[in-house]
Design a protein around this ligand. Structure first.
Ligand SMILES: Nc1ncnc2c1ncn2[C@@H]1O[C@H](COP(=O)(O)OP(=O)(O)OP(=O)(O)O)[C@@H](O)[C@H]1O
Length: 260
């Protein structure tokens, strides 16, 4: 666990450079248990790079990254794999296996805990099957359990991908533009789901978003990035559209420090 603190994410002075580009330029971010934090900012501002550091997919040039009490920057091998099992990922592309049923796709989320090969639903432990059905019920798709995954809409597939991620029993969820390819109604459903798992399961969620309105409607804290720097960090209740829009304006004034 995270050694007695409820800081799930602790990033300090993170610098990551790709050639001439400073993707992260001294980023600091602390996220406490149960928070739902939106990362917003223009394309190329460093949102994905920051998220990739939180599960060890990227290594900092300098600075510290601690997640669930683990020093991600130095973790290797077994320690890194153990951390990744505790961190659920949601991507813009849902990456379901289209020819498998919805239920089988959800069950594959348990493979990190129990990596035996499985051939068909009945070979999964009953407890996993029950949990998978419960997750499907929660996302409103239990009646689609035995349909092929590729027969679902994009929004439904993303909800299935989230159910699969929940099978992993994560302690932290990182969502990299989870609604970028969805229509507005499906996007709201996915944000509602992330909101509910945060509230009901006390899961911590860090989510990059391009849509200001979704950040305002569904998250509790917004962190704005521009040119690899944090230029805004505030509770969502203290923000409005105009304030958030400033994150997208080059050289607009910053508003860091009054955050959660
Ligand atoms: N692996 C890489 N190699 C080279 N440059 C990279 C790499 N990853 C990121 N960058 C650069 O770092 C900067 C930040 O990229 P990043 O993807 O983190 O931004 P972003 O805010 O997530 O953008 P978007 O909203 O478009 O996804 C960009 O200039 C990008 O081109």
């Amino acid at each position: 666990m995270n050694h007695g603190t409820d800081h799930i994410v602790e990033v300090d002075s993170l610098v990551k450079t790709y050639g001439e580009t400073r993707a992260c330029d001294g980023v600091g971010l602390t996220v406490t248990a149960g928070e739902l934090v939106a990362l917003v900012g223009p394309s190329g501002s460093g949102k994905s790079t920051l998220l990739r550091h939180l599960n060890g997919l990227a290594r900092p040039d300098s600075g510290t990254v601690r997640v669930l009490g683990v020093d991600v920057a130095t973790a290797r091998g077994r320690a890194l794999r153990a951390l990744r099992r505790r961190v659920g990922m949601v991507f813009q592309q849902f990456n379901l296996i289209g020819r498998l049923t919805v239920l089988e796709n959800v069950l594959t989320g348990a493979l990190g805990r129990d990596p035996l090969p499985r051939y068909g639903i009945v070979t999964w432990p009953k407890a996993d099957r029950t949990a998978a059905i419960e997750h499907l019920d929660r996302i409103g798709l239990a009646d689609r359990a035995y349909q092929r995954a590729d027969s679902l809409s994009g929004g439904q597939q993303q909800r299935v991908a989230i159910a699969r991620m929940l099978m992993q029993r994560p302690e932290l969820v990182l969502a990299d533009e989870p609604v970028a390819s969805l229509d507005p109604e499906s996007a709201a459903q996915v944000m509602d789901l992330l909101f509910r798992i945060c509230l009901e399961d006390r899961l911590t969620v860090v989510c990059s978003l391009h849509q200001i309105d979704l950040a305002l409607a569904w998250t509790r804290r917004v962190v704005g990035l521009r040119d690899g720097r944090v230029v805004l960090d505030q509770p969502t209740g203290a923000l409005d559209r105009e304030r958030l829009r400033q994150v997208y304006v080059p050289a607009a004034p910053v508003a860091v420090g009054a955050g959660a």
